[in-house]
Design a protein around this ligand. Structure first.
Ligand SMILES: Nc1ncnc2c1ncn2[C@@H]1O[C@H](COP(=O)(O)OP(=O)(O)O)[C@@H](O)[C@H]1O
Ligand SMILES: [Mg+2]
Length: 215
């Protein structure tokens, strides 16, 4: 799993996963290595080239807020509705949070990449981070969860099932297990992942841009 074409359940059409398409890539970095302080001003190297945006951040929690802010700034330029921007911002922050939680950042040069692409009628959110053998258990769970969500015709049902499961768990359980189902249901996104040759994990969420989502 993680490399086959994804099927968008909303219209039943097969769509290639983002890594099988030619994506426009922003060349720059926001919050480059060593820059670990949350900041409002764009980094001098920041690029939001055409319709894509790249950021490289360290595995610190405060970077989630930077990603959220930068996502909003970027999407605001394209006239999307507030609701859509909120949804995509949530998708980005859930993926980055997972990257920080489950990635392998054992050495200082190991960073997490966050990418946003607007491609025809889709928005693709990608998070790429180093992983290691010790994360195998999590990679299996990632795979299993994505497959499980796909098994539902409507991701809302998966969301409800997950909520019920969470409600049964002890309060002390730190992993809510709601992130991916939120992405599928609230973010109306199709999840996918693959492991690149350098052992980096690439997790993506693809959301369709419907007419109603423009302001
Ligand atoms: N980037 C990732 N790398 C490795 N495993 C992941 C990643 N994202 C998610 N997972 C696995 O999928 C599970 C479900 O993720 P999620 O729905 O976000 O719930 P939570 O983060 O609360 O556990 C995680 O518990 C983890 O085992
Ligand atoms: Mg999570």
């Amino acid at each position: 799993m993680g490399v086959y074409p994804i099927s968008d359940q909303r219209d039943g059409k097969e769509r290639p996963s983002c890594r099988e398409r030619k994506l426009p890539r922003g060349s720059g970095k926001v919050d480059g290595p060593g820059n670990r302080t949350p900041q409002e001003k764009p980094h001098p190297d920041a690029t939001a080239s055409r319709k894509s945006m790249d950021m490289t951040v360290g595995p610190e929690w405060e970077h989630i807020e930077i990603v959220r802010r930068r996502t909003r700034l970027f999407l605001n330029k394209y006239g999307f509705s507030r609701e859509f921007i909120d949804a995509i911002t949530m998708v980005g922050s859930e993926l980055v949070e997972n990257g920080i939680k489950y990635g392998d950042f054992g050495e200082p040069e190991k960073k997490l990449k966050f990418k946003l692409h607007i491609l025809e009628k889709n928005i693709i959110v990608e998070v790429i981070h180093p992983t290691s053998a010790s994360a195998t258990r999590h990679l299996r769970r990632l795979d299993k969860t994505i497959q499980w969500i796909r098994g539902y015709q409507d991701p809302f049902q998966a969301y409800v099932e997950k909520l019920k499961e969470v409600a049964r768990r002890p309060i002390t359980d730190s992993e809510s297990g709601l992130g991916l189902v939120r992405i599928a249901h609230e973010g109306k996104s199709i999840l996918d992942f693959f492991i690149a040759e350098d052992n980096a994990l690439n997790v993506s969420a693809v959301a369709g841009i419907e007419k109603a989502l423009w302001r």
